[in-house]
Design a protein. Structure first.
Length: 318
């Protein structure tokens, strides 16, 4: 632990009977998505190493056993340590958010009467809101078409269509099961659990995406389970991972001859900026992208038009 925040750890209080064996950390992680659990568990283990504690539960008990001011001082010291290690603002923000949420839970359960006030460092979000662009997207589709009619091509076509044409995040795409897809009929759709949401959403899809999904399902087979599966020899029917999606999208971009590396989220960026270019209202695009904060879309809108540059040029003509 850093020398900036000296303190003596108090005796760990017993967990309240209501939590049972679950503990404060277990209650905090319960009912979250597996990917979120893994991220937060790693964040809390990092905090435990900072406090030189044997585990996340012990570290959190140390933190909430401190007076309000000293707990904030420890959190400030942890923030300084994260920044000194050169971690990204997003990572630092997530780790501090995990601590704040845990402390809030402890307050809700009557363990403490205060909250943490340490905020994440300022960061510029959504710096790359362009993605491959419309021409790049068309080139990616052409590259897939040129690959022939194989199960892998069909899978990749359906995957990139969902990422672009419905603006899915890669985590949302890989979480889909066969039962979540309705590729036929007059209203084809997929049903997802969106980012930060507990309830499932039924999302309409367009005909090209529905056709790509139907072609992939015909090649995949109708057995229940994950929609997108690995096709490598010996991989079995394992669910495609987010990292595998990143590699697939990047490979398609390279085959399309795009100089800039294409990421899965770049396809979502392209679909959003294209919708804005088509003149759709910000609220309409927010319904498509499922952003809760319309200010995020304003960042897309500003950057696609280079509003700052337009004003600068106009001022130069005054």
């Amino acid at each position: 632990m850093t020398d900036l925040i000296p303190f003596r750890a108090p005796e760990r209080p017993a967990a309240p009977p209501a939590l049972g064996r679950l503990g404060l950390v277990g209650a905090f992680l319960a009912a979250r998505k597996p990917t979120t659990v893994r991220a937060y568990a790693g964040d809390l283990q990092d905090f435990a190493r900072f406090l030189d504690q044997p585990g996340a539960g012990a570290a959190v008990e140390v933190l909430i056993g401190l007076p309000h001011g000293q707990a904030n001082a420890v959190a400030l010291g942890y923030k300084a340590d994260l920044m000194a290690r050169g971690l990204s603002p997003a990572t630092i923000g997530r780790r501090l958010a995990a601590l704040r949420s845990l402390v809030k839970l402890a307050r809700t359960l009557g363990r403490i009467a205060w909250t943490l006030d340490v905020e994440a460092p300022a960061s510029e979000k959504y710096r790359d809101t362009a993605g491959p662009g419309r021409e790049g997207w068309r080139a990616m589709l052409a590259a897939l078409d040129a690959g022939g009619d194989t199960p892998k091509v069909r899978r990749d076509q359906a995957l990139v269509r969902l990422l672009h044409d419905r603006g899915l995040r890669r985590g949302e795409a890989v979480a889909l099961d066969l039962a979540d897809v309705e590729p036929g009929g007059d209203e084809p759709a997929v049903t997802i659990t969106g980012k930060g949401r507990a309830e499932r959403e039924r999302l309409s899809i367009n005909q090209p995406t529905a056709a790509a999904l139907a072609a992939w399902i015909a090649a995949r087979g109708a057995w229940p389970g994950p929609l997108f599966v690995a096709l490598d020899p010996g991989a079995g029917r394992g669910r495609l991972t987010g990292e595998a999606v990143r590699r697939i999208v990047g490979a398609v971009g390279r085959r399309a001859g795009l100089a800039r590396r294409v990421r899965p989220h770049g396809l979502r960026h392209t679909s959003i900026t294209t919708a804005l270019d088509l003149g759709r209202d910000l609220r309409d695009v927010a319904a498509f992208s499922r952003h809760r904060d319309i200010r995020v879309l304003m960042a897309y809108d500003d950057r696609r038009r280079d509003v700052g540059g337009e004003i600068a040029r106009q001022l130069g003509e005054v």
